[in-house]
Design a protein around this ligand. Structure first.
Ligand SMILES: [Zn+2]
Length: 687
């Protein structure tokens, strides 16, 4: 069945352009497509492969070496000069997010290597994608170890597989294309930065366009080949244009003037590092070539900025995507066109009365939000509600949070087996080797432990018929490495939103703490959930957010949580217990961490205190790891939250101690810096 043609996709101009530009200039670095389900984004990506120029590869090379310049280290090599080539279409290789590491990087048959002294390497997906497209659908759900593999390959243009001293390496240069639904969780910043361009897509709201989408889809499904045949001409024409632009690209001149203007735009959007400048310049050049020009215009830079900058200027995952057009206009300025050009004028060149584009007008982010009622720096939606001064009664108010900060790390004790993440200790298929498993059966994800295997075989060498260069191995000698890494957890927040917490500045501080912990959970790849409790008759405790990987959703819900009323602590704890029970059925390997945010007071009904102690004991019995963030303030302290922590068997943390201390932060930063330097060094040596 023929795939849906690229030129048959209706609308989606930005995505079309981004994909075409990355086909014209693979060095742009690929495209990340963000959008809800059902927007034909995958269809379009898959159709792109058909438009790429064919590649010529060395015949019989499984690693797609170019006959003109074969890889000196190719496992199928060395290839002789003038090796015969064959021409084949460029490939689109899909990387399924559940793929085993061996399938991605390739697999090395260790038994053969040891027994026969032969390096038997089966190429993986990264070999298949060399000189083509690598497509990851739901790239935001890709497990960490695969993300690292992908980042390494993308950075070095090469894959290296090392297993117990045997090493294989081959080239792997591909255009990385990812699609994701941001509602299902965000992408790790390092991976986000790897994508040259990003595009946000949404289904059209235009009835006529929607009807056309459906009409074509139905026609395609009824007769895929016939439908595709109708677009053969337009597909071929587009492929020719891409090939022509590719041929023109080396002649496009990136003058100093253009580079300075690109730098000005990047500076205006406060992007980090030089990568943004490089990608923007390359994209502008690709756009010029696409338009059939060899000089770069303001419009090229504008188009490039829109595609290359949005994801680089995002400071934290809660910021809205997109690029502010006013800032872009200002940055591109009223300066003269680098070269006069008949292209359509940029919309709304430079108005003279557009005052609010002033940079720094709302950046009062001093990072110091604990001075009581500091200004609304978090950019919460809407004006703050009128302060009716009613703290303890039934009054309801909405109080936004202050700015988030870096929080202390809370972990679950013991060793889990959960999904890859960065919070608690876990048995994983990578990470540090901490022990050995015996047995013929390979434990889930484990890799062979060579030394232990040879040691197990050694005593039997005389008894076994010993031929061949390696030691005589039997299946029962096999030993597997037991590795330890980190897992993500389910962090369930159980937040007291009652009147006792209602002092305005206090609630803001509480929300800042929870927001900071949410931000931390995002970086550690946890799932999060939010239960709030306050006395409102029918629903004293509410599951405001069911467990999800979307920290943005959690942050948004947190902002909306109203406060007021009495304190049904027991109900809050019981609701949390129920949420955890259900989630344990759904995702049994993910260990929970319950974070109870309260001053410990329970004031709903005469037996409120006793009931909340029972609820706490119940949670403790179920073995849930928990933390009590103690929000009690004032001179007269009752220490109720500390007592609650006792009943829960929880760590007790005063609200002020949620913030990671400055010294620890500095040490961590320094470590990260060292790691980064080492990584860079590794790349440099490898390339
Ligand atoms: Zn080769």
């Amino acid at each position: 069945m023929r795939p849906y043609p690229f030129t048959a996709v209706v609308g989606m101009a930005d995505l079309r352009l981004a994909l075409v530009l990355s086909a014209v200039a693979p060095a742009v670095g690929g495209v990340l497509v963000r959008g809800e389900k059902g927007t034909a984004k995958s269809t379009m990506v898959r159709a792109l492969a058909g438009l790429l120029p064919d590649v010529t590869v060395v015949r019989d090379c499984r690693f797609s070496c170019d006959p003109a310049e074969p890889d000196a280290e190719c496992p199928d090599g060395p290839h002789p000069d003038g090796a015969t080539g064959r021409t084949r279409p460029a490939r689109l290789v899909e990387l399924p997010i559940g793929a085993a590491e061996d399938r991605v990087v390739g697999s090395l048959d260790l038994e053969r290597a040891l027994r026969d002294g032969v390096t038997d390497f089966q190429p993986g997906l990264l070999a298949a994608a060399h000189r083509g497209l690598l497509y990851v659908d739901e790239v935001n759900l890709l497990p960490d170890h695969l993300v690292d593999t992908l980042l390494d390959a993308a950075a070095m243009g090469r894959v290296t597989v090392e297993r117990e001293g045997v090493s294989v390496t081959h080239r792997s240069r591909f255009v990385l294309i990812g699609t994701m639904n941001p509602e299902e969780g965000e992408l790790r910043p390092q991976l986000l930065d790897r994508f040259g361009l990003t595009v946000d897509v949404a289904a059209s709201r235009e009835p006529a366009e929607r009807a056309e989408v459906v009409r074509r889809r139905l026609a395609y499904e009824a007769d895929p080949d016939g439908f595709a045949a109708r677009y053969t001409g337009s597909e071929a024409a587009l492929a020719d244009e891409i090939a022509a632009a590719r041929a023109l690209l080396p002649s496009v001149e990136l003058t100093d003037d253009v580079l300075v203007r690109v730098a000005e735009v990047c500076a205006a959007f406060e992007v980090d590092g030089m990568r943004a400048d490089i990608v923007t310049a390359r994209t502008a050049a690709a756009h010029a070539a696409w338009c059939g020009r060899t000089h770069v215009t303001t419009e090229d830079i504008r188009v490039a900025s829109r595609l290359a900058l949005p994801h680089r200027r995002r400071r934290n995952p809660f910021d809205a995507p997109g690029l502010d057009e006013d800032t872009l206009d200002d940055a591109l300025g009223d300066g003269p066109e680098p070269d006069p050009d008949p292209d359509p004028d940029p919309p709304g060149g430079g108005q003279d009365d557009s005052g609010p584009g002033e940079p720094g007008s709302d950046t009062g982010n001093s990072g110091d939000a604990d001075a009581g009622d500091a200004g609304d720096s978090g950019g919460a939606a809407g004006p703050p509600p009128p302060d009716d001064g009613e703290a303890g009664g039934g009054g309801e108010q909405r109080i936004g949070s202050g700015s988030p900060y870096r929080s202390k790390l809370f972990t679950v004790d013991g060793t889990g087996t959960g999904a890859h993440g960065r919070r608690s200790r876990a048995t994983t298929d990578d990470g540090r080797v901490v022990g050995v498993w015996p047995g013929r059966q390979r434990p889930r994800g484990a890799r062979p432990h060579l030394v232990a295997t040879v040691a197990a075989a050694a005593p039997h060498q005389q008894a076994r018929e010993h031929t061949g260069p390696g030691p005589a191995l039997r299946a029962q000698d096999l030993r597997w490495a037991r590795c330890e890494g980190k897992e993500g957890n389910l962090v369930l927040f159980c937040v007291d939103a009652s009147g006792s917490m209602g002092a305005r500045s206090r609630m803001r501080e509480v929300k800042s703490a929870v927001l900071s912990l949410l931000l931390d959970a995002y970086q550690r790849r946890d799932k999060v959930g939010l239960v709030t409790f306050r006395d409102r008759g029918a629903r004293p405790a509410e599951l405001v957010l069911p467990p999800t990987a979307s920290v943005e959703a959690a942050a948004a819900r947190l902002e909306d949580v109203p406060t007021g009323g009495r304190t049904p602590l027991a109900e809050g704890l019981l609701r949390s217990a129920e949420v955890l029970r259900v989630e344990a059925l759904r995702d049994p390997r993910r260990r929970p961490l319950l974070v109870v945010v309260t001053d410990g007071r329970a004031t709903s009904g005469p037996d409120a205190v006793a009931r909340s102690q029972q609820a706490a004991a119940l949670l403790a019995e179920s073995g849930v790891a928990s933390v009590v963030v103690d929000c009690e303030s004032g001179r007269m302290r009752l220490g109720l939250a500390a007592r609650l922590a006792d009943h829960l068997g929880a760590e007790h943390v005063p609200l002020g101690d949620v913030r990671a201390d400055a010294l620890a932060g500095e040490v961590r930063q320094r470590t990260e810096r060292t790691e980064r330097t080492e990584r860079t060094e590794r790349y440099r040596r490898a390339s």
